[in-house]
Design a protein around this ligand. Structure first.
Ligand code: ADP
Length: 260
C-alpha cells in the first residue's frame, strides 16, 4: 500500500500532486553546532514562495550547513525551520517535500538514468504507473529524454547534473535545494546550465529554491535575493542590484568586490 501518497497536504490533496501553490522557506533563529562548535548562528532568512535565493560567502561560512538543515540532514540546536506554514524542524528528510542537488551529481553508477530518476519516487512509495509517466516527463524538462537507458558513466558531467536535477524535480517537491550544482562543470557548460536553470524555474514557477554557490555571477543571474554569509551569520541580504550597489557593510563590499 502506498500510504505515503495519501497523506493530506494543507489543501487536502495528496502532497505528491499539490505543488501548485508555492511555499516559503523560513529559518527562524536557527543555529547548528558540530561537536559543540556553532557553525550556523541564529540564522533568520526567508525565501519567498516561488523565489530563488542564493547564499554566497567564503568557504566554511555555513552555507551548506544551512541547506542541510532545511533538507533534514542536520538538526538545529536552536530555532525552527518552516516550509509554508509547516514546522519541519523535526521531520525526517523524506517527509519534507524537498528535492536536492549536490555538486558531484551523486547518481547511482550501477543504475540507468531512468532508474536513478525513479529512485526517489520509489523511496516515497509512488505507484508504478505514476513513475512510468513522471520519469520521462522529468527527463524531458532537462533535455535528457533520449538518455533514459544510459548509465551515468556514459554521460558528460553536464548531462549527469541534468539527470540529478531531473531526479530532484521528479518528486514534484515544493522546495528545491541546490548546493554548488554547477561548480564541478567547466566554465562554458556552467554558463549554459545557468540559462537552463533559469528556464526550468520559469517552467516551474511554484518551486521555491535555495541556491548555494561561491559564484557571484550565478547568483546574480538566477537569484531574486542574495544572502551573504560569514562565520555562520547572515551578513547581508537583499536583491542583487541593490546589494552590489550598496553593500551594507565593509565585509560585503570586500567580498562582492573580489574576483571569483
Ligand atoms: P560552506 O558551505 O559555507 O563552505 P559549511 O556549512 O560546509 O560551509 O561549513 C561550515 C563549518 O562547519 C566549517 O567550519 C566546516 O568545517 C564545519 N563542518 C561542516 N560539516 C561538518 C561536519 N559534518 N562535522 C564537523 N564540522 C563540520
Amino acid at each position: 500500500m502506498a500510504m505515503a501518497n495519501t497523506k493530506p497536504s494543507e489543501s487536502g490533496r495528496p502532497t505528491e500532486t499539490s505543488a501548485a501553490s508555492a511555499k516559503r522557506i523560513a529559518f527562524e533563529n536557527v543555529s547548528v553546532a558540530y561537536n559543540g562548535l556553532t557553525v550556523l548562528d541564529s540564522l533568520n532568512l526567508t525565501v519567498n514562495p516561488g523565489e530563488i535565493v542564493a547564499l554566497i560567502g567564503p568557504s566554511g561560512s555555513g552555507k551548506t550547513t544551512a541547506l542541510r538543515a532545511v533538507a533534514g540532514f542536520v538538526r538545529p540546536s536552536k530555532g525552527r525551520i518552516m516550509i509554508g506554514d509547516r514546522d519541519v524542524t523535526n521531520l525526517a528528510p523524506y517527509d519534507r517535500d524537498i528535492g536536492m542537488v549536490v555538486q558531484n551529481y551523486a547518481l547511482f553508477p550501477h543504475m540507468r538514468v531512468e532508474e536513478n530518476v525513479a529512485f526517489g519516487l520509489r523511496a516515497r512509495h509512488t505507484p508504478e504507473e505514476v513513475i512510468r509517466t513522471r520519469v520521462p516527463e522529468a527527463l524531458a524538462m532537462v533535455g535528457m529524454a533520449a538518455y533514459a537507458k544510459r548509465y551515468p558513466r556514459e554521460l558528460s558531467g553536464g548531462q549527469q547534473q541534468r539527470v540529478a536535477i531531473a531526479r530532484a524535480i521528479a518528486i514534484r517537491p515544493q522546495v528545491l535545494l541546490l548546493d554548488e550544482p554547477l561548480s564541478a562543470l567547466d566554465a562554458q557548460i556552467r554558463r549554459s546550465m545557468v540559462d537552463e536553470l533559469a528556464r526550468l524555474h520559469r517552467e516551474l514557477p511554484s518551486l521555491t529554491v535555495l541556491y548555494v554557490t561561491h559564484d557571484q555571477s550565478e547568483a546574480l543571474t538566477l537569484a531574486n535575493h542574495i544572502g551573504i554569509m560569514r562565520d555562520g551569520k547572515l551578513r547581508a541580504f537583499g536583491d542583487a542590484q541593490s546589494l552590489f550597489r550598496y553593500p551594507p557593510n565593509r565585509f560585503s563590499a570586500e567580498f562582492l568586490g573580489r574576483a571569483n
